[in-house]
Design a protein around this ligand. Structure first.
Ligand code: SF4
Ligand code: SF4
Length: 422
């Protein structure tokens, strides 16, 4: 599609974004894959429609406010990019568009307050814990709050696990096969600190020395995906200094959204003095499933009883990072575990970063649909690799009266390594 977009105005992703518009041939193959098209049913809430809207705004032929509701309802799940036969890089277009338009957009008071609260708390585990604890105390008054804040309260668990202080280094068990640095994450450290413990346990059991850089900060994923490019760049630069890349074989992420953001550092800082270090950072980043699959697992021990596991593809692992097979292979390597596929597995669960807070109605429909599809598998447990998906799926399974556990793939593997050898 021909366009008049000036790529220079769009920042570091400008050229890729403009190329995405050129590459779209309007074929519509992406429509059935798009969750918002499935739920809302109109062209403007489809990838093809959104590409046209973004093109219009960036060329100046359409007002920002006209396009805003449709672009804002995009989950950024990238199922459209997977489905697209023309290789349109929808993710780069969306990120560049949001970064360009965010400072110019007007928002309602409740949207502004919600964003401000999220920005101030989510990337900082101690602040998030304090805010969430206060939120819990006032959950009885949720119906009095704006819908976004009420949605946020609904997603909070009944109680918070005890915080876990990670050591700066964990030695490999047996012969050392690799040395990695772990991104500890922010929200996950508060809601599910045992995921980092399980990850470290599985890595070290496989002969991997794990460094947890003490100066690391949030990866910047939430800022990046909501158009706050300045914050995203600031966090990326901080992490470039916090990780000693020369001494490690890989940077490990165990949350799909974070891994996806780390892999974008190279592109974000292209043309800056940090360009080559950012490129190296991205090149070294691996999702933990991807890393262990490539390394080759030391055989996990059998679980005491057979278990059927429904594997849920997190969008930012499958669609954004192209990691589909690795987590399935890891799970299948546990004796007594059978992995089953989930109907409509490519459709987002509705978590999508802070989407389930900012667009609770659509997220609710997608969450219900995901839970129904998961229950259809009759699996004993659900496994996935993203804290946002875990929270969203747990919430919706519980709403449908199910107590099927939702686990990170590393939790299942750690469970296996803890079993006695036969
Ligand atoms: S499938 Fe790709 S080329 Fe076809 S309409 Fe969608 S984005 Fe455009
Ligand atoms: S990113 Fe997801 S929600 Fe947005 S247009 Fe693509 S498929 Fe639809």
């Amino acid at each position: 599609m021909q366009h008049q977009i000036s790529a220079q105005r769009l920042g570091p992703l400008g050229e890729t974004a403009a190329a995405a518009v050129s590459a779209c041939v309007h074929c519509g193959f992406c429509l059935p894959a798009c969750p918002t098209y499935q739920v809302l049913g109109d062209e403007m809430n489809s990838p093809r429609g959104r590409i046209l809207l973004m093109k219009g705004v960036l060329e100046g032929s359409m007002s920002l406010q006209q396009a805003a509701p449709y672009i804002s309802q995009c989950l950024g799940c990238l199922a459209c990019a997977t489905a697209c036969p023309a290789g349109v890089q929808y993710g780069a277009l969306l990120t560049a568009y949001r970064a360009y338009t965010e400072p110019k957009r007007s928002r309602s008071l409740s949207e502004t307050v919600t964003r401000w609260l999220l920005r101030l708390t989510l990337p900082y585990p101690s602040r998030f814990r304090a805010a969430a604890t206060i939120g819990q105390l006032f959950s009885w008054a949720g119906h009095l709050l704006p819908r976004e804040l009420n949605a946020m309260l609904h997603l909070l668990p009944g109680h918070f696990p005890k915080p876990v202080k990670l050591k700066p280094r964990y030695a490999a068990v047996g012969e050392r096969r690799a040395r990695v640095a772990l991104l500890a994450g922010c929200v996950q450290q508060v809601l599910a600190p045992h995921i980092n413990q399980a990850t470290i346990e599985v890595l070290t059991a496989n002969g991997v020395e794990v460094i947890v850089p003490p100066q690391q900060v949030c990866c910047g994923a939430l800022a990046l995906h909501t158009g706050e490019m300045r914050t995203a760049l600031k966090l990326a630069r901080h992490n470039l200094r916090a990780f000693t890349l020369e001494e490690i074989d890989a940077v490990i992420a165990n949350a799909a959204g974070c891994g996806s953001a780390l892999k974008e550092y190279g592109l974000l800082l292209k043309g800056t003095p940090e360009s080559s270090r950012a490129h190296m950072f991205s090149e070294k980043t691996r999702d933990v499933n991807e890393f262990l699959d490539a390394l080759g697992l030391r055989p996990p021990h059998p679980l005491p009883r057979p278990m059927t596991v429904a594997y849920h593809d997190a969008c930012h692992l499958a669609h954004a990072q192209g990691v589909w097979g690795a987590p399935r292979r890891l799970l299948r390597s546990i004796p007594n575990v059978a992995v089953v596929e989930v109907p409509e597995g490519e459709i987002c669960c509705g978590s999508a970063g802070t989407y389930n807070i900012e667009h609770p109605h659509i997220a609710q429909q997608l969450g219900e649909r995901k839970a129904r599809n998961l229950l259809r598998t009759n699996a004993d447990a659900v496994a996935t690799s993203n804290i946002g998906c875990i929270v969203q799926i747990q919430t919706h399974l519980a709403q449908q009266g199910s107590s099927v556990p939702v686990l990170h793939t590393m939790e299942l593997l750690a469970m296996a390594y803890r079993q006695p050898t036969i």
